[in-house]
Write a new protein. Structure first.
Length: 304
């Protein structure tokens, strides 16, 4: 089922990887030759979603220009909410390019929210800035849900790739201590193709643009803070992903299970990193079905 870590050719730097193999295992272009085609397609599909739904409402969740979010609102009053954290290797992407799942959620009777936040290059190489922003954004949504007709007691988070890592960071938040919210402010997470322990990424070429420190690695590795996780997590990955992105999801699922935390692991045969992320826009896709079922919106039946 999927690829496994290759044997080292040069000196091992992490598990059975030499430096080149580890660098490749954190470089999506090596394992997904259709990367640019799919990124262009989701941007186009985001424009199509806006043609069908209209422009989202734009709200500021913080004081800086980037700290805003797009709300694609359902017609149903007091509707559940999905907050989506986009990927992009921590260094690319904007909320506007990730509106493509909105029509699925709106038609199913849920609000869909796409977040904007600093890319790591704009944050001086710090993932702490990004983690703080997405946490504050989710807290803002909980506090202000009634502004756009949302139910703060049915708030869910999804994320893909580096956005799934940030979603894992959100899942380890102490909502009561840090934000004065209920401990279970978020009711569930669906995280696709994420990184949940930063040791591998830190040793890879991603350290050329992320200024990893011991403190960052420890604090922002969700797998090391299982005791803080209060909500069920669904983890999804494709069998054509890089070996590290497959391992990260399997290991996080195993750790959560061993800690007695509610977790479901969905393995999508025949999908690469970008193809599996795209399935959030379909009620019959692996991610779309998982999110809707977690939100108790009927999964594939929502399309009927």
């Amino acid at each position: 089922m999927g690829s496994t870590a290759p044997q080292a050719v040069g000196p091992k730097v992490f598990l059975d990887y030499d430096q080149k193999a580890l660098d490749d295992a954190y470089d999506q272009s090596v394992y997904a030759p259709n990367r640019q085609q799919l990124l262009a397609r989701i941007a186009l599909n985001s424009e199509i979603a806006r043609k069908h739904l209209g422009e989202p409402r734009r709200f500021a969740y913080g004081p800086t220009a980037i700290e805003q979010l797009d709300v694609y609102a359902a017609a149903r009053p007091n509707a559940p909410i999905n907050v989506h954290i986009h990927g992009g290797a921590w260094r690319a992407g904007r909320a506007r390019d990730y509106g493509y799942p909105a029509e699925l959620f709106v038609r199913a009777g849920a609000h869909f929210i796409a977040l904007d936040f600093d890319n790591v290059d704009d944050a001086g190489g710090s993932l702490f800035v990004m983690g703080d922003q997405v946490r504050r954004a989710v807290a803002w949504v909980h506090r202000n849900a009634t502004t756009f007709g949302g139910d703060p007691d049915r708030l869910y988070v999804s994320g893909s790739s580096s956005g799934a890592h940030l979603g894992g960071v959100v899942a380890t938040t102490d909502w009561a201590k840090d934000f004065g919210l209920h401990a279970d402010a978020v009711k569930g997470y669906t995280l696709t193709s994420g990184m949940y322990d930063l040791r591998g990424p830190r040793l890879s070429k991603r350290s050329q643009y992320v200024r990893f420190t011991d403190e960052m690695e420890e604090a922002l590795s969700p797998q090391r803070h299982l005791d803080r996780i209060r909500a069920p997590i669904v983890l999804v990955y494709g069998t054509l992903e890089t070996p590290e992105f497959q391992r990260q999801s399997r290991d996080f699922a195993a750790a959560l299970r061993a800690a007695g935390k509610p977790v479901e692991l969905v393995v999508a045969e025949g999908y690469n990193h970008f193809e599996i992320a795209e399935t959030i826009a379909s009620p019959y896709g692996h991610v779309g079905r998982a999110v809707l079922e977690q939100m108790e919106l009927g999964g594939a039946s929502a399309a009927r």
